[in-house]
Design a protein around this ligand. Structure first.
Ligand code: GAR
Length: 197
């Protein structure tokens, strides 16, 4: 059975475009919904241009009431009956309860070589620490932030003179290769890690 995939975004959605574009032909999954927590997110128009239904659950409308935001998010997701949910540049921290409820069917991409540098400002922290390499990781989402089983990684050298921006720009194209490669395996029930390059 073809797997139904929902994708959560907050911004430009370049990983969403890579994921959605990959789900064609003999791929075991298809995109069924793109949800943004930011009403004007650039990725929404890209999803619509690809013919994918979109929804907005604006976290600002809920103020500090995270439980209500997450209830609205869950409702939007569940209406699309996804088998797999991909976080792709989704920049809200979800509660441990929410993540636990979706465990086993939710993936995330994070721009560091986890378990190093979970959280924010990963590129700057890797450079400041004098790391020789950085990269990106796709992992299964569990109750621990950026802490679930790693399903794939791509490694990138940190070069002399790198800034957080130049490093992020070098890693992003690898994100676009890694995430679709992991999703294809995951949707087929294969959790063997994808290691790039
Ligand atoms: C990507 O680099 C992704 O790894 C990162 O946000 C960017 C989103 O770009 N995600 C995180 O930092 C999650 N904590 P995109 O909207 O163009 O895919």
């Amino acid at each position: 059975m073809t797997k139904r995939v929902a994708i959560l975004i907050s911004g430009s959605g370049s990983n969403m475009v890579a994921l959605a574009g990959s789900m064609a032909g003999d791929h075991p999954a298809r995109p069924v919904l793109v949800v943004s927590n930011v009403p004007g997110a650039g990725g929404l128009a890209k999803a619509q241009a690809m013919g994918i239904p979109t929804a907005v659950v604006d976290h600002k409308a809920f103020g500090k009431d995270r439980a209500s935001f997450e209830a609205a998010l869950a409702e939007a997701l569940e209406a699309a009956r996804p088998d797999i949910v991909c976080l792709a540049g989704f920049m809200r921290i979800l509660s441990a309860e929410f993540m636990a409820r979706w465990q086993g069917r939710m993936l995330n991409i994070h721009p560091s070589l986890l378990p190093k540098y979970p959280g924010l400002h990963t590129h700057a922290r890797a450079i400041e620490a004098g790391e020789a390499e950085a990269g990106c990781s796709v992992h299964e989402v569990t109750a621990e932030l950026d802490g679930g089983p790693i399903l794939g990684q791509a490694r990138v050298a940190i070069l002399p003179g790198d800034t957080p921006e130049s490093l992020a720009a070098r890693i992003l194209p690898w994100e676009h290769r890694l995430y679709p490669a992991v999703l294809r395996r995951y949707a087929a029930g294969d959790r063997t890690p994808v290691l790039l390059p």
